[in-house]
Structure formats: C-alpha cells, structure tokens
Ligand binder design. Structure first.
Ligand SMILES: Cc1cc2nc3c(=O)[nH]c(=O)nc-3n(C[C@H](O)[C@H](O)[C@H](O)COP(=O)(O)OP(=O)(O)OC[C@H]3O[C@@H](n4cnc5c(N)ncnc54)[C@H](O)[C@@H]3O)c2cc1C
Length: 348
C-alpha cells in the first residue's frame, strides 16, 4: 500500500498547481524538488497573466482563455486555505495604438473579444486622457484597454501554493522515491532530460531577464508597450520584462540587457525614471518544440506523465493545466487539446 497517490516532480508553478488540483480531489500528494519551490523559472518577478489577441481562434487560445477566467477563483481558494496572498489582481492592461491602421485593427479585435470572450471581459479603445496616471503615451492618442489581463507576483504565488498545500498535509521534499502516479513538471531541465531519454528533441530553454523597481501604482492596469510588460504589483513594486535569449551560458546571470529593458520602459513611461531599482532576475523558460504546453502521458512509461512547456505564459496557463492534468492522472480523462501532446513536438 502506497502512502501517496501522486508524486509530483518539480515545485514550479506547474507542479505546485497540479499538486493543488489533485489534493482538491482528495488525492494524497507529495511534491519532490531537489532545489525547492520556485527554484526554476517560476521564481521570478514579472507575473503577467495576459490573453492572446481575440482573433484567429484556436484550441490553445481557448484553453488559455478558460485558464485566465479560472484564475480569480483558483487564487482565492489557494489564499483562503493557506492564508498567504498570491498578489493576484485582475487589474487589466493598456497598450498604445501606433496609427490609424492600428486603431482599425484594435476595433476589429474589440468585436472579436465580444464574440470570443463570452461577455466576461472587454477589449476596447479609449483616449489617452481617459486612462489613469499610470499610462503610456500613444502616437495616435488612443490606447487599447482590456479587462481580462491580470497580474500575480510569481514568488508570492509560489509561497501561497506552498502554504496551501502544507495546510492540507501535502509534503514538499527535496528527495523521495516515486509512489503512485508520477507527474514530471521539471521545467527546462526536464525538457533537456526528455530529449536525452527519447533520443529526439522535445524542447529546450529560452532565457529571460527582468528588472523590479520601487514604484507604487498597485491599482493601475499593467502596460504592454514596445514588447515590454510593465506590471504594477500589489507590494508597491513595478516589474519590467523581459529579454528572450535562445543562446546563453549562464542560466541565472543578469547583464547590461537589463539596463536596456529599464531604458525602454522609462522611455515609454517617463514617471518610472529615477525610481529605485530593487532587483534583477534571470530564469529559463521551458519551451516545447511545438511552442505549446506539453501535457500528457509519458510515452512508454506507464503511470508517468509530463506537464511542461509553459514557455512565456506558464503562470496564465497554470489553473487549467492543473485541472486537465488532475483529470488525466486521477480519472484517466483526457481533455487535453491535441496540439499539446508529444505528437505535436515530434510532428515538426
Ligand atoms: C524573465 C521571465 C519572465 C516571465 N514572465 C512571465 C509572465 O509574465 N507571465 C507568464 O505567464 N509566464 C512568464 N514567464 C514564464 C514562466 O516563468 C514559466 O512558463 C513557468 O514558470 C514554468 O513553470 P514550470 O513549473 O513548468 O517550470 P519551473 O518553474 O522552471 O519549475 C521546474 C522545477 O523543476 C525542478 N526540477 C528540475 N529537475 C528536477 C527533477 N529531476 N526532479 C524534481 N524537480 C526537478 C526545478 O528545480 C524547478 O523548481 C517568464 C519567464 C521568465 C524567465
């Protein structure tokens, strides 16, 4: 007789969320991570939960929408059980509109959102003057505002999940043997290990760097400008991310690219200039070869499962990933979109 039903390997946002979903269904769960919770890419600063654009709809976008809509309840329950704030808030997002063509496109996407977002959030254009004080300038005088985008503080969210899991008696340990079903949520190192085990490329890692400033705009929408996420957090900080580096020697080092991030953010939001810098952080995003999440049974390894490939939107995807993985692992029910399996990686 085993003492746990599910062993989750990896205590990042995927592993902890899956452990949470399984424990919510009364499964006995143990989480194993030799480096501890949040040691991988989930231990960063940024935390945008931002939707795909509402057009050219596909299963990945629909899955992400479900996940973003689940997030408020997901994080409220985690906070309620563990008593630790995740920093979650559905504070929305502003994006500048470059010109008339951009304005037409933004309005068309607003129509798309009406049809696709199930009346649960809006995508609209507003005049710059209608935005609050924490808003970017816009060449056209217009901004896109959406009310679906949310933020969470990655480190707080990890701590909130750890507290909630412990409150339910879930062990989080550095080493333990496999017991019960085994879920591998081991991030980019796990993708490299899969490449080696399977003898073909499943995925790899893409490094990212980010910066955090002391600047209190906690109730304001986040800003997406010039490819940058500028995110006011609940603790009176603003996170700026991120670089995207396919080639890197040191997964954790920060360098002058952070200065460039900061300069670009200050050019877009001059009020940030002079704010105290309180941190720089680098991590490696797990990127499956399909560029979609990689979820499902481990081929030819009975009782083992993989949840990986969160890439740039792992935090936003986590609630729904946790749900479908618990369905699969505990009930044998496969609700995972076709494009999220191993076949999608090998087919390329
Ligand atoms: C700079 C930067 C900014 C980002 N910004 C955002 C954002 O704004 N919004 C968003 O949604 N996403 C963002 N991401 C992406 C997000 O961080 C990832 O998608 C997410 O953290 C992946 O979670 P994970 O649990 O799969 O992997 P990880 O967090 O990397 O966790 C994997 C864990 O597995 C452990 N591990 C490794 N090998 C083993 C083993 N053999 N046994 C047990 N454990 C093992 C590691 O120690 C680690 O703790 C960003 C990433 C970076 C780098």
């Amino acid at each position: 007789m085993t003492s746990v039903d599910v062993t989750v390997r990896g205590a990042g946002i995927f592993g902890l969320s899956i452990a949470w979903a399984c424990s919510s269904r009364a499964a006995r769960v143990r989480v194993v991570d030799p480096f501890g919770p949040g040691a991988g890419s989930s231990g960063g600063l940024v935390g945008a939960l931002a939707p795909h654009v509402p057009e050219n709809w596909n299963p990945k976008k629909a899955f992400q929408l479900d996940s973003l809509l689940m997030a408020e309840t997901f994080w409220a329950e985690v906070e309620d059980v563990g008593g630790v704030s995740s920093g979650y808030g559905r504070t929305g997002r502003l994006q500048p509109v470059a010109n008339d063509a951009g304005l037409d496109l933004a309005r068309a996407r607003g129509d798309g959102a009406k049809a696709l977002w199930q009346g649960q959030a809006v995508w609209e254009v507003i005049r710059v003057e209608e935005a609050g004080s924490f808003a970017p300038d816009s060449p056209s005088g217009w901004l896109i505002r959406d009310t679906l985008t949310a933020r969470m503080s990655p480190r707080r969210a990890g701590a909130a999940l750890v507290a909630a899991l412990r409150a339910r008696g879930v062990e989080i340990v550095q080493d333990a043997a496999d017991e019960g079903q085994v879920v591998w949520a081991t991030g980019w190192q796990g993708l490299l290990a899969l490449n080696a085990t399977m003898g073909r490329k499943v995925g790899d890692g893409v490094k990212g760097q980010s910066v955090s400033l002391r600047y209190d705009a906690r109730a304001a929408p986040q800003v997406f400008v010039d490819g940058l996420h500028i995110i006011p957090h609940v603790d009176g900080t603003v996170a700026i991310g991120s670089t995207s580096e396919r080639e890197f020697d040191d997964p954790a080092s920060v360098d002058a690219q952070c200065d460039t991030l900061l300069e670009r953010a200050c050019a877009a939001m001059p009020d940030l200039r002079g704010a105290d810098e309180i941190g720089r952080w680098a991590g490696v995003r797990p990127r499956a070869r399909s560029r979609a999440p990689l979820l499902g049974a481990w081929p030819d390894r009975n009782g083992h499962f993989v949840a990986n490939g969160g890439f740039k939107i792992g935090f936003g995807m986590a609630p729904k990933v946790a749900q479908v993985m618990a369905d699969l692992v505990l009930e044998g029910r496969d609700e995972i979109p076709d494009g999220f399996g191993f076949a999608a990686c090998f087919g390329k």
